[in-house]
Design a protein around this ligand. Structure first.
Ligand code: 5AD
Ligand code: SF4
Ligand code: FES
Length: 348
């Protein structure tokens, strides 16, 4: 067998059976010659399983305070250069009302791990947003099962918690003080409680191998994730990883495309970090397997302050501008903005 047919056979296998071994994933991750074929196969699988509609989720970044100290992240507690904010409950609801007025059917409530938002406050916010008829995704980090249960009972539909990396040793090195086992516990609890489960990984963090990226992809399949967000690691000058090399756009979209091939019916966002590395990043991601975009609906100066990494897009734009910008990009490639809530429709 020639090398070309070997790689092509793996891509065909992924496209038809949605199943690859770790070694096969590693081979595809390492190959640079036939990337275009991987992307094209992921685009076909996306079209076949989730269609041409793109789901928009309005992102509210409601607190940039965080008790954790992840080495890669600009919001880490030891970064004294960030001015910290937290929105009050009324402002959060106001942004959700505006998100609805822009036509978004889901709001994503995202923050650092900020204990000020205790379970009662979160439950209050979730209930009020639910009354607007919106789907709610929560992304506020690691909590106890009881707290997740309370969010779920209040009406939260989905939860985002990236595993970041399935390499336990690497995880605990990059996230000092955090336990990889507890993060796994969180993901399994969320799944059991009936949330649509979102996870994902960072691509290109120092010390990561292609083998561990293959493990990440297989883990997402194993846990039957409903959404997977992948983004390149972008070094932040105000963190201990300032001088490290970052992840690349090409490799992050390759990981994303392989996830589409192996988990054909899930929701996959074209991530903000991808566009921060490539001006066409989200459109390209939508053509390499993605079917979701999460435009920012946070208003005013807060956008500039939610700085996980430098070069983040849209920090000087208004929610209204982003809404029309992203619609233009989606329709410009012949796709359509969805008018549904965009839950995962399982097609085994
Ligand atoms: N570059 C890219 N993504 C980052 N995140 C945190 N810091 C960075 C960075 N420097 C991602 C993490 C986290 C998500 C909210 O942002 O994956 O889960
Ligand atoms: Fe906090 Fe999340 Fe940043 Fe870690 S990645 S420091 S938990 S906001
Ligand atoms: Fe914000 Fe394009 S989506 S400027």
């Amino acid at each position: 067998m020639t090398e070309r047919s070997n790689i092509q056979a793996l891509i065909d296998k992924a496209e038809t059976t949605h199943d690859l071994t770790k070694d096969e994933l590693v081979t595809l991750l390492q190959d640079r010659q036939y990337e275009a074929e991987v992307f094209a196969a992921a685009d076909r699988v996306r079209q076949k399983y989730v269609g041409d509609e793109v789901h928009l989720r309005g992102l509210i970044e409601f607190s940039n305070r965080c008790k954790q100290n992840c080495l890669y992240c600009g919001l880490r507690r030891d970064n004294s250069k960030v001015s910290r904010y937290r929105l009050d409950v009324d402002t959060i609801i106001d942004f959700a009302v505006k998100a609805k007025s822009y036509g978004y059917r889901t709001v994503v409530l995202q923050s650092g791990e900020d204990e000020w938002f205790d379970v009662d406050k979160m439950v209050d916010i979730i209930k009020k947003i639910k009354e607007l008829g919106l789907a709610i995704t929560i992304s506020v980090g690691e909590k106890s099962r009881e707290v997740y249960q309370a969010y779920r009972d209040a009406g939260a539909d989905r939860y985002l918690l990236r595993i970041e990396t399935t390499d336990k040793e690497l995880y605990e090195k990059l996230d000092p003080g955090m336990s990889w086992d507890n993060r796994m516990r969180c993901l399994y609890d969320l799944k059991e409680l009936g949330f649509e489960l979102g996870s994902g990984c960072l691509v290109g963090i120092p010390g990561q191998t292609v083998e561990s990226l293959a493990d990440d992809i297989l883990f997402f399949k194993e846990i039957d994730a409903d959404m997977i967000g992948v983004g390149p690691f972008i070094p932040n000058p105000d963190t201990p990883l300032a001088d490290e090399a970052g992840g690349t756009f090409e490799l992050s979209t390759k990981v994303m495309a392989l996830i589409r091939l192996l988990l054909p019916d899930i929701n996959i966002p074209a991530t903000t970090a991808m566009e921060s590395l490539n001006p066409q990043g989200r459109v390209l991601a939508l053509q390499r397997g993605a079917n979701v975009v999460m435009p920012n609906v946070t208003e005013g100066e807060y956008r500039q302050l939610y700085l996980l990494y430098p070069g983040k897009i849209c920090i000087n734009d208004t929610p209204a501008h982003c809404r029309s910008c992203i619609t233009g990009k989606i329709t410009g490639i012949g796709r359509k903005v969805s008018e549904t809530h965009g839950y995962r429709v399982k097609r085994a």
